[in-house]
Design a protein around this ligand. Structure first.
Ligand code: NAD
Length: 285
């Protein structure tokens, strides 16, 4: 039977550490970290995620403010607001909740956020630094996946990692981070021809495709470490990309949905906000 990797428990350990550190730093610098979250439109999932992020901030002592805008907001108004937040000395981190409405160019929005305040790690400068393996602010889900593996099953070095999904927000940064941890990495996507054959070679299999129960027991190697990024809502219930019940019979470790990668993404957002705040005071990791 597989080890069920408890993302809630690991995330709590991290959040407790962050809370403690912020208490000390607030004493020293007279203020704690500040995060601005921009929410455009009324996507219910985005509203839910933003609510969770704000709550997590207040629990560790990060000041957060949510700036809500109607879906019709223009790109230029949004960029003006980001530039204002870039100049705001009380705000260390800026997060724009994705996805954005189609008329707004996501790349230009990410580019507008100051790289020092880019707590989602999606500004081209931070992505470039990630490629070079010298990034401080890295995309939260990818960072969370690495923490989960390191704190549960430990060794990444030398393992063959297969990532299914090549999005800028999850698949690509996860692949890069695993590579920097000396894994041999294969990326698969919707046009990959022999997906089953490749998936079956994985020591670490990261599923980030957004298809409920897509990865079945027959597609994985015995002893695989199965990391499920997928969040799929079907009939009001959440499912991952793995067929959890089947895969857990053969995996050595697996993350559940919910309670696996999701809470780690939030913990890494808090960590990035703390890192951004500390770098304002010239405290570098
Ligand atoms: P996306 O739609 O941007 O990318 C999906 C990727 O999967 C694409 O690269 C596509 O090529 C690939 N893909 C789709 N169908 C495929 C198939 N049949 N075979 C192989 N590859 C296929 O999605 P995303 O933003 O990367 O998110 C992926 C999933 O992860 C979604 O369910 C999303 O809700 C979830 N997610 C979870 C967290 C978290 O914190 N747990 C964070 C971000 C995203």
């Amino acid at each position: 039977m597989a080890l069920i990797i408890d993302g809630n428990a690991i995330s709590k350990q991290i959040r407790d550490g962050i809370k403690c550190e912020i208490e000390g730093l607030r004493h020293k610098f007279g203020r704690g970290p500040g995060l601005a979250v921009i929410l455009v439109g009324d996507n219910p999932a985005s509203q839910l995620y933003v609510g969770r992020k704000s709550k997590a901030c207040s629990e560790v002592g990060i000041y957060s403010e949510v700036k809500k805008f109607p879906g019709e907001i223009s790109e230029s108004v949004l960029i003006d607001l980001i530039e204002e937040l870039n100049r705001d000395k009380t705000i260390d981190g800026i997060l724009v909740q994705l996805p954005l409405p189609e008329h707004i160019n996501e790349h230009r929005i990410m580019e507008a956020i100051s790289p020092q305040k880019d707590v989602d790690g999606l500004n081209p400068v931070n992505i470039g630094n990630l490629v070079l393996n010298c990034a401080t602010l890295v995309p939260c889900t990818a960072a969370g996946i690495i923490e989960l593996i390191q704190r549960s099953v430990k060794e990444i070095k030398g393992k063959h990692s297969v990532i299914i999904g090549r999005s800028n927000i999850v698949g690509k940064p996860t692949a890069l981070m695993l590579l920097h941890h000396h894994s041999t990495v294969t990326i698969c996507h919707s046009r990959t021809k022999n997906l089953n054959e490749i998936a079956k070679q994985a020591d670490i299999l990261v599923a980030a495709l957004g298809r409920p129960k897509f990865i079945t027991r027959d597609m994985v190697k015995e002893g695989v470490i199965a990391i499920d990024v997928g969040i799929n809502r079907v009939d009001g219930k959440l499912w991952g990309d793995f067929d959890f019940e089947g895969v857990k019979e053969v995996a050595s470790a697996i993350t559940p949905v919910p309670g696996g990668v999701g809470p780690m993404t939030v913990a890494m957002l808090l960590k990035n906000t703390l890192l951004a705040y500390k770098s304002n005071y010239k405290i570098f990791p």
